[in-house]
Design a protein around this ligand. Structure first.
Ligand code: HEC
Ligand code: CU
Length: 349
């Protein structure tokens, strides 16, 4: 009886978990078209250097494991207690110079090789010079979204980092300076580079030079509060020409569409302006993402939802529905105002 109640409770939990997953606001579909963000398929120098080093260390330590483990198994089997043992201690070997010498020097040599190759990898990853043509990005971690500023290009965006494809013969890497607006975060795009901590009042740096165009998924890798698991990011790697086209479009002031003037007036007279920036309007807040070119982004809320007008409506009405704990309050607008406001947001190409 008791057992049956437990089983029913577990079945109910599983059913509700499936329902929760079923409404992923289109993200499952979209992300399933992107190859998994696996550390085993690096496409950028820092990631492939780290991967090569990791496999080298694994090969050496794996060989040591097999030799030591094999000897232990051999000894256990070969020298096990037998019925016809005479009970005497086997011969003991003390102070054999050749043996002492071997088991001191061999491990020292192995550790020394590991130190050298590790130091070399750390050096090539950290001390890389910035070639002309490199892109500079300032990354700011916020609870729970990413701000990306391109100081040299005059662009500010969020959650989706655009970088040019880097040809190994004529590299155009992207150099990132990482800072935090609040607590510790960690910037991680497994196929492009190792994790880098994002620390308040401290600047860390890293760089990437992706050799393959496409979208690469990443995430915050340091617990940073309620919505840490929903602090996702994507890096969009494009051929140089496409990157420049994107950058030029982001630099433009947003188009002024007269048909949505009411929505715009509403935006400018609501608390939205104290947290969001839309260039060319009253809105200059910096607590939330820059919305100047909101519709140029694929996702909303750091990867919780595909960026569609329907999802925008749900988000602006109450972000809790998509991202419980998000630091944007429910604006509880009337349906008519919400429609007007979202119609305006949808013009921010
Ligand atoms: C108290 C500050 C605050 C106010 C007021 C506010 N927002 Fe936000 N907004 C945020 C924060 C913070 C985020 C990021 C949330 C996250 O992803 O965790 C956000 C995210 C958004 C996003 C998603 C952006 C993206 O690229 O993911 C939209 C759209 C948005 N807000 C629109 C609005 C509108 C419209 C209003 C006014 C009706 C408004 N916000 C009022 C703080 C605010
Ligand atoms: Cu975080």
């Amino acid at each position: 009886m008791m057992m049956k109640r437990w089983l029913l409770a577990i079945a109910a939990m599983m059913a509700s978990a499936t329902l929760a997953v079923a409404n992923d606001w289109g993200m499952g579909d979209a992300n399933s078209k992107i190859p998994p963000s696996s550390i085993f398929s690096p496409v950028s120098t820092p990631a492939s250097d780290i991967s090569t080093l990791a496999f080298f260390v694994l090969a050496i330590t794996g060989a040591i494991f097999l030799i030591v483990g094999g000897l232990i198994v051999y000894s256990i089997v070969r020298f096990r207690a037998r019925a016809d043992d005479d009970g005497r201690e086997p011969p003991q070997v003390y102070g054999s110079n050749p043996i002492e010498f071997a088991w001191t020097t061999v491990p020292i040599i192995i550790v020394f090789v590991l130190i050298l190759i590790t130091a070399r990898t750390i050096y090539t990853v950290q001390a890389a010079a910035r070639p002309p043509g490199a892109i500079a990005v300032r990354v700011i971690g916020h609870q729970w979204w990413w701000e990306f500023q391109y100081p040299e290009l005059g662009i500010v965006t969020a959650n989706e980092l655009h970088v040019p494809l880097s040809d190994p013969k004529n590299p155009t890497p992207t150099f990132l300076v990482l800072e935090s607006a609040d607590v510790a975060h960690s910037f991680w795009v497994p196929r492009l580079a190792g994790k880098t901590d994002v620390i308040p009042n401290h600047k860390n740096t890293m760089w990437i030079d992706p050799h393959q165009a496409g979208t690469f998924l990443g995430q915050c890798a340091e617990f940073c509060g309620t919505e840490h698991a929903m602090m996702l990011l994507r890096v969009i790697v494009e051929p140089r020409g496409d990157f420049q086209k994107w950058a030029a479009a982001e630099k433009q002031a947003p188009v002024q569409d007269a048909s949505v003037a009411r929505g715009r007036a509403l935006f400018e007279s609501t608390a939205c302006v104290s947290c969001h920036t839309i260039r060319g309007t009253q809105a200059t807040g910096t607590f939330g993402p820059d919305l100047t070119h909101l519709m140029s982004r694929e996702t909303l809320g750091a990867g919780v939802a595909m960026n569609t007008p329907e999802h925008l409506k749900i988000w602006v009405h109450d972000p809790e529905e998509m991202k419980p704990g998000a630091l944007m309050p429910a604006m509880n607008l009337e349906q008519k105002d919400l429609d007007g406001l979202v119609a305006y947001l949808a013009t921010l190409k």
